[in-house]
Design a protein around this ligand. Structure first.
Ligand code: ATP
Ligand code: ZN
Length: 227
Protein backbone atom coordinates (compact mmCIF):
# COMPACT_ATOMS: atom_id res chain seq x y z
CA UNK A 1 0.00 0.00 0.00
CA UNK A 2 1.43 3.37 -1.03
CA UNK A 3 1.92 5.87 1.77
CA UNK A 4 0.01 9.15 1.44
CA UNK A 5 2.81 10.81 3.37
CA UNK A 6 5.45 10.28 0.72
CA UNK A 7 5.98 12.09 -2.54
CA UNK A 8 5.68 9.86 -5.60
CA UNK A 9 8.05 10.39 -8.51
CA UNK A 10 7.94 8.37 -11.75
CA UNK A 11 11.05 7.82 -13.88
CA UNK A 12 11.78 5.60 -16.88
CA UNK A 13 12.70 2.08 -15.81
CA UNK A 14 15.06 1.33 -18.64
CA UNK A 15 15.85 3.37 -21.72
CA UNK A 16 17.51 6.57 -22.82
CA UNK A 17 16.35 8.61 -19.84
CA UNK A 18 16.80 6.11 -17.02
CA UNK A 19 20.47 6.50 -16.19
CA UNK A 20 20.41 10.33 -16.40
CA UNK A 21 17.24 10.46 -14.29
CA UNK A 22 18.78 8.24 -11.59
CA UNK A 23 22.02 10.24 -11.64
CA UNK A 24 20.12 13.50 -11.24
CA UNK A 25 18.29 12.20 -8.18
CA UNK A 26 21.56 10.92 -6.74
CA UNK A 27 23.22 14.29 -7.33
CA UNK A 28 20.30 15.91 -5.47
CA UNK A 29 21.30 13.86 -2.45
CA UNK A 30 18.47 11.33 -2.66
CA UNK A 31 19.64 7.89 -1.55
CA UNK A 32 17.67 5.29 -3.48
CA UNK A 33 17.88 1.55 -3.25
CA UNK A 34 17.14 0.53 -6.82
CA UNK A 35 16.27 -3.07 -7.50
CA UNK A 36 16.30 -4.14 -11.13
CA UNK A 37 13.08 -6.12 -11.15
CA UNK A 38 11.01 -3.88 -8.93
CA UNK A 39 8.43 -1.27 -9.95
CA UNK A 40 9.05 0.76 -6.78
CA UNK A 41 12.12 2.09 -5.02
CA UNK A 42 12.18 4.03 -1.77
CA UNK A 43 14.40 6.96 -0.89
CA UNK A 44 16.14 6.26 2.41
CA UNK A 45 16.76 9.83 3.49
CA UNK A 46 13.69 11.69 2.15
CA UNK A 47 9.96 10.87 2.06
CA UNK A 48 10.02 10.05 -1.67
CA UNK A 49 8.92 6.87 -3.46
CA UNK A 50 10.23 6.28 -6.96
CA UNK A 51 8.10 4.43 -9.55
CA UNK A 52 10.06 2.79 -12.37
CA UNK A 53 7.86 2.58 -15.46
CA UNK A 54 7.81 2.87 -19.26
CA UNK A 55 8.26 6.46 -20.34
CA UNK A 56 4.92 6.43 -22.22
CA UNK A 57 3.08 5.76 -18.94
CA UNK A 58 4.52 8.78 -17.10
CA UNK A 59 2.28 11.53 -18.60
CA UNK A 60 -0.86 9.53 -17.75
CA UNK A 61 0.34 8.85 -14.19
CA UNK A 62 0.78 12.62 -13.74
CA UNK A 63 -2.45 13.69 -15.47
CA UNK A 64 -4.53 11.06 -13.64
CA UNK A 65 -3.03 12.11 -10.28
CA UNK A 66 -1.33 8.79 -9.48
CA UNK A 67 2.10 10.35 -8.93
CA UNK A 68 2.96 13.96 -8.13
CA UNK A 69 6.20 14.19 -10.10
CA UNK A 70 7.80 12.68 -13.18
CA UNK A 71 10.90 12.87 -15.32
CA UNK A 72 9.97 12.38 -18.97
CA UNK A 73 10.57 13.69 -22.49
CA UNK A 74 8.47 16.75 -23.33
CA UNK A 75 7.68 15.01 -26.64
CA UNK A 76 5.89 12.17 -24.81
CA UNK A 77 4.07 14.62 -22.55
CA UNK A 78 2.81 16.77 -25.42
CA UNK A 79 1.75 13.72 -27.48
CA UNK A 80 -0.32 12.38 -24.54
CA UNK A 81 -1.92 15.77 -23.97
CA UNK A 82 -2.92 16.03 -27.64
CA UNK A 83 -4.19 12.42 -27.62
CA UNK A 84 -6.34 13.12 -24.58
CA UNK A 85 -7.67 16.32 -26.12
CA UNK A 86 -8.56 14.39 -29.29
CA UNK A 87 -10.39 11.73 -27.26
CA UNK A 88 -12.14 14.35 -25.12
CA UNK A 89 -10.56 13.07 -21.88
CA UNK A 90 -10.92 15.71 -19.20
CA UNK A 91 -7.59 15.12 -17.40
CA UNK A 92 -4.90 16.79 -19.50
CA UNK A 93 -3.27 19.16 -17.05
CA UNK A 94 0.34 19.17 -15.89
CA UNK A 95 3.05 21.69 -15.14
CA UNK A 96 6.60 21.57 -16.47
CA UNK A 97 8.68 22.67 -13.46
CA UNK A 98 12.07 22.46 -15.13
CA UNK A 99 13.56 21.63 -18.51
CA UNK A 100 16.45 19.22 -17.93
CA UNK A 101 19.85 19.05 -19.59
CA UNK A 102 19.49 15.54 -21.02
CA UNK A 103 17.24 13.62 -23.42
CA UNK A 104 17.81 16.26 -26.07
CA UNK A 105 16.26 15.24 -29.37
CA UNK A 106 14.02 16.40 -32.18
CA UNK A 107 11.00 14.87 -33.88
CA UNK A 108 11.79 15.00 -37.57
CA UNK A 109 10.44 13.99 -40.93
CA UNK A 110 12.81 11.87 -42.99
CA UNK A 111 12.64 10.47 -46.52
CA UNK A 112 14.77 7.98 -48.46
CA UNK A 113 18.16 9.46 -49.33
CA UNK A 114 17.48 9.42 -53.09
CA UNK A 115 14.14 11.28 -52.84
CA UNK A 116 14.14 14.71 -54.45
CA UNK A 117 12.92 16.95 -51.69
CA UNK A 118 12.28 20.69 -52.10
CA UNK A 119 9.92 21.49 -49.26
CA UNK A 120 7.24 20.00 -47.04
CA UNK A 121 4.67 20.14 -49.87
CA UNK A 122 6.56 17.25 -51.45
CA UNK A 123 4.89 15.17 -48.73
CA UNK A 124 1.36 15.86 -49.96
CA UNK A 125 -0.57 12.55 -49.90
CA UNK A 126 2.51 10.77 -48.52
CA UNK A 127 2.13 7.73 -46.29
CA UNK A 128 4.05 8.55 -43.10
CA UNK A 129 4.99 6.14 -40.30
CA UNK A 130 5.27 7.56 -36.79
CA UNK A 131 4.88 6.87 -33.06
CA UNK A 132 3.72 10.49 -32.63
CA UNK A 133 0.53 10.81 -34.72
CA UNK A 134 -0.86 13.78 -32.79
CA UNK A 135 2.29 15.91 -32.90
CA UNK A 136 2.54 15.10 -36.61
CA UNK A 137 -1.10 16.03 -37.22
CA UNK A 138 -0.64 19.32 -35.35
CA UNK A 139 2.29 20.17 -37.62
CA UNK A 140 0.41 19.27 -40.82
CA UNK A 141 -2.77 21.04 -39.70
CA UNK A 142 -0.80 24.28 -40.03
CA UNK A 143 0.26 23.34 -43.57
CA UNK A 144 -3.33 22.45 -44.58
CA UNK A 145 -2.72 19.48 -46.83
CA UNK A 146 -3.61 15.85 -46.80
CA UNK A 147 -1.26 13.06 -45.71
CA UNK A 148 -1.72 9.45 -44.62
CA UNK A 149 -0.26 8.84 -41.17
CA UNK A 150 0.00 5.40 -39.62
CA UNK A 151 1.23 4.43 -36.20
CA UNK A 152 4.17 2.15 -35.45
CA UNK A 153 5.26 1.98 -31.81
CA UNK A 154 8.74 0.74 -32.68
CA UNK A 155 11.07 0.22 -35.66
CA UNK A 156 9.69 3.35 -37.35
CA UNK A 157 13.01 3.87 -39.14
CA UNK A 158 12.69 0.61 -41.08
CA UNK A 159 9.14 1.31 -42.36
CA UNK A 160 10.38 3.09 -45.44
CA UNK A 161 12.96 0.45 -46.40
CA UNK A 162 10.29 -2.18 -45.92
CA UNK A 163 8.14 -0.38 -48.48
CA UNK A 164 5.47 0.52 -45.93
CA UNK A 165 5.97 4.28 -45.90
CA UNK A 166 6.99 7.16 -48.19
CA UNK A 167 8.39 9.04 -45.20
CA UNK A 168 8.84 8.60 -41.47
CA UNK A 169 8.45 10.96 -38.52
CA UNK A 170 10.72 9.86 -35.69
CA UNK A 171 13.00 11.06 -32.88
CA UNK A 172 16.51 11.99 -33.91
CA UNK A 173 19.53 13.01 -31.87
CA UNK A 174 22.68 12.51 -33.95
CA UNK A 175 21.04 11.37 -37.19
CA UNK A 176 23.21 8.23 -37.32
CA UNK A 177 20.22 5.84 -37.15
CA UNK A 178 18.51 7.62 -40.04
CA UNK A 179 21.67 7.45 -42.09
CA UNK A 180 22.16 3.78 -41.31
CA UNK A 181 18.67 3.17 -42.69
CA UNK A 182 19.26 5.15 -45.88
CA UNK A 183 17.15 8.12 -44.79
CA UNK A 184 17.73 11.88 -44.70
CA UNK A 185 16.21 14.33 -42.27
CA UNK A 186 14.14 16.95 -44.11
CA UNK A 187 12.01 18.80 -41.54
CA UNK A 188 12.22 19.26 -37.77
CA UNK A 189 8.69 19.36 -36.41
CA UNK A 190 9.29 19.43 -32.63
CA UNK A 191 12.31 19.96 -30.34
CA UNK A 192 12.44 18.20 -27.00
CA UNK A 193 14.41 17.44 -23.87
CA UNK A 194 13.62 15.63 -20.65
CA UNK A 195 11.76 17.68 -18.04
CA UNK A 196 10.63 17.55 -14.44
CA UNK A 197 6.84 17.59 -14.59
CA UNK A 198 4.26 17.79 -11.83
CA UNK A 199 0.54 17.42 -11.36
CA UNK A 200 -1.48 20.57 -11.25
CA UNK A 201 -0.03 22.23 -8.11
CA UNK A 202 -3.50 23.21 -6.78
CA UNK A 203 -4.18 19.55 -5.91
CA UNK A 204 -0.97 18.98 -3.95
CA UNK A 205 -0.92 19.11 -0.10
CA UNK A 206 1.33 21.77 1.47
CA UNK A 207 4.06 19.45 2.81
CA UNK A 208 4.44 17.78 -0.59
CA UNK A 209 4.46 21.18 -2.26
CA UNK A 210 7.32 22.24 0.03
CA UNK A 211 9.22 19.04 -0.69
CA UNK A 212 8.79 19.60 -4.46
CA UNK A 213 10.14 23.14 -4.08
CA UNK A 214 13.15 21.82 -2.17
CA UNK A 215 13.80 19.16 -4.80
CA UNK A 216 13.40 21.70 -7.61
CA UNK A 217 15.95 24.04 -6.00
CA UNK A 218 18.42 21.15 -5.74
CA UNK A 219 17.82 20.12 -9.38
CA UNK A 220 18.36 23.69 -10.54
CA UNK A 221 21.62 23.76 -8.53
CA UNK A 222 22.83 20.53 -10.15
CA UNK A 223 22.01 21.81 -13.65
CA UNK A 224 23.72 25.14 -13.01
CA UNK A 225 26.86 23.41 -11.76
CA UNK A 226 26.97 21.33 -14.96
CA UNK A 227 26.64 24.32 -17.33
P1 ATP B 1 10.16 2.57 -22.95
O1 ATP B 1 10.56 1.14 -22.96
O2 ATP B 1 10.32 3.21 -21.60
O3 ATP B 1 8.79 2.82 -23.56
P2 ATP B 1 11.19 3.85 -25.37
O4 ATP B 1 11.88 2.86 -26.24
O5 ATP B 1 9.83 4.34 -25.74
O6 ATP B 1 11.24 3.33 -23.86
P3 ATP B 1 13.58 5.51 -25.38
O7 ATP B 1 14.12 5.16 -26.73
O8 ATP B 1 14.28 5.01 -24.17
O9 ATP B 1 12.03 5.21 -25.25
O10 ATP B 1 13.50 7.13 -25.35
C1 ATP B 1 13.00 7.79 -24.24
C2 ATP B 1 13.02 9.28 -24.53
O11 ATP B 1 14.38 9.70 -24.73
C3 ATP B 1 12.31 9.77 -25.78
O12 ATP B 1 10.92 9.89 -25.63
C4 ATP B 1 12.96 11.12 -25.97
O13 ATP B 1 12.38 12.08 -25.11
C5 ATP B 1 14.41 10.88 -25.52
N1 ATP B 1 15.38 10.72 -26.66
C6 ATP B 1 16.53 11.41 -26.76
N2 ATP B 1 17.19 11.10 -27.88
C7 ATP B 1 16.49 10.20 -28.53
C8 ATP B 1 16.67 9.49 -29.77
N3 ATP B 1 17.70 9.68 -30.55
N4 ATP B 1 15.76 8.59 -30.10
C9 ATP B 1 14.71 8.36 -29.29
N5 ATP B 1 14.48 9.05 -28.11
C10 ATP B 1 15.34 9.96 -27.74
ZN1 ZN C 1 8.28 4.46 -24.66
Amino acid sequence: MLSKNRLRLAIQKSGRLSRDSQNLLKKCGIKINLQKSSLMAFAENMPIDIMLVRDDDIPGLIMDGVVELGIVGINVLEEEKLARKFLGTAAQSYKILQNLDFGLCRLSLAVPMDTEYLNVFCLKNARIATSYPHLLKKYFDKKVFFFKPFVLNGSVEVASNAGLADAICDLVSTGATLEANGLKEVEVIYRSSACLVSQNMNNIPLFKYQLIKKLLTRIQGVIKARE
